[in-house]
Design a protein. Structure first.
Length: 78
């Protein structure tokens, strides 16, 4: 018999670093925790940093072999 936990939520932040000189994405990551929507520009490196907060919602399932899986059910922006 599986154990299902629903209604899990986690504040997350998407960070994108984009170089406007060469038009390339330098770095991207998703981090745990609350952040504010923000942008920064480094004039020396020409990198634009964009931070976008959002909330991930999901369901966690443990099966009979104690294997776990997580399914994202919704993503919302505050």
């Amino acid at each position: 018999m599986s154990c299902i936990i629903t209604g899990l939520t986690q504040p997350l932040c998407l960070t994108l670093i984009y170089n406007i000189s060469n038009g390339k994405l330098v770095f991207s990551s998703v981090e745990y925790g609350s952040r504010s929507l923000s942008t920064e520009f480094d004039y020396d490196s020409k990198n634009l940093v964009i931070r976008v907060p959002f909330t991930g919602e999901g369901t966690l399932v443990f099966n009979n072999n104690f294997e776990a899986s997580c399914v994202t059910t919704n993503i919302t922006q505050p």
